[in-house]
Design a protein around this ligand. Structure first.
Ligand SMILES: [Fe+2]
Ligand SMILES: [Fe+2]
Length: 275
């Protein structure tokens, strides 16, 4: 039997997406759909894993035993998110074992600002190349990046690829717990005069980095993702909902929202995902 022409597949795929139904099998996918979906899921998987590895030293360096358990739990969650995403990628035909062995997810840079530079061949979102050097960094990563990831992942929860949606519920809940961990600590450190300024400094560092993860407004790539049902909103819309959320929290905790201006050169061309 001859293979279904790409044009026919495309029509069927678009009709299915337009009717709100979800794609479930490889057979239904056009090349364009498969490539874009693989790319987005790979970005998420690599970011989850690199995020987990960045947290690992803080299991031992946390302020007390209660936090050691908390951080260990967060590391376990992130490794689980990565594993779940790589399993989906295996289902798309990716040789995950080879990929895992040929990339260094522990790699970090010392630069304060790497812009959009691709530091290595993995697909993690740039923010995951920065090291977490202090407990304030750890908390601000939870406060900013897990919150940013939450806003991003809302779209993935209802994407057109059913197996991805199915795993997102659990991931989303756990990201919410990481964010809550960040919020509790942020409130505590912000309201203590002895720690307030250090925390503000960490916010000044991590907020602009997080604002840059969402990608450019009206990027051509985002339009393709939306056409394929892999995203729902424009990059800037997601960024603005994150910014409004942070503004509200900062007002509650007595922190100042750092200035941020869109600098195209510092923004990822396409939005990532995860946390
Ligand atoms: Fe995660
Ligand atoms: Fe997280």
């Amino acid at each position: 039997m001859s293979k279904e022409p790409e044009r026919v597949k495309e029509e069927k795929l678009q009709a299915k997406i337009a009717s709100g139904k979800k794609i479930e099998t490889l057979d239904e996918m056009t090349d364009e759909y498969r490539e874009n979906l693989t790319h987005l899921m790979m970005m998420q998987a690599d970011s989850e894993l690199a995020g987990a590895f960045g947290y690992v030293p803080w299991i031992a360096k946390s302020p007390d035993i209660k936090e050691t358990l908390q951080v260990a739990q967060i590391v376990k969650d992130e490794v689980r998110h990565a594993r779940v995403m790589y399993r989906l990628l295996e289902g798309m035909g990716i040789n995950v074992d080879d990929y895992y062995q040929s990339h260094n997810f522990n790699l970090r840079v010392q630069d304060d600002d790497i812009g959009t530079k691709r530091v290595a061949e993995d697909k993690r979102v740039n923010i995951f190349y920065y090291p977490i050097e202090t407990w304030y960094d750890f908390i601000m990563f939870n406060f900013c990046m897990d919150r940013g990831a939450g806003h991003q992942l809302e779209d993935a929860m209802d994407s057109s690829y059913k197996p991805w949606c199915d795993v997102m519920d659990g991931i989303f809940k756990e990201e919410g717990m990481h964010m809550a961990h960040g919020d509790q600590w942020t409130e505590k450190l912000a309201k203590d005069d002895k720690t307030h300024d250090e925390l503000q400094k960490a916010l000044d560092k991590w907020y602009p980095r997080t604002m840059n993860i969402f990608g450019r407004a009206e990027s051509p790539k985002n339009k393709i993702y939306r056409k394929l049902g892999l995203k729902k909103r424009d990059n800037d819309e997601v960024r603005q909902s994150f910014a409004a959320d942070v503004k509200n929290k900062c007002a509650q905790f007595g922190l100042k929202v750092p200035d941020w201006k869109p600098e195209i050169s510092k923004m990822t061309e396409e939005p990532f995902i995860p946390g």
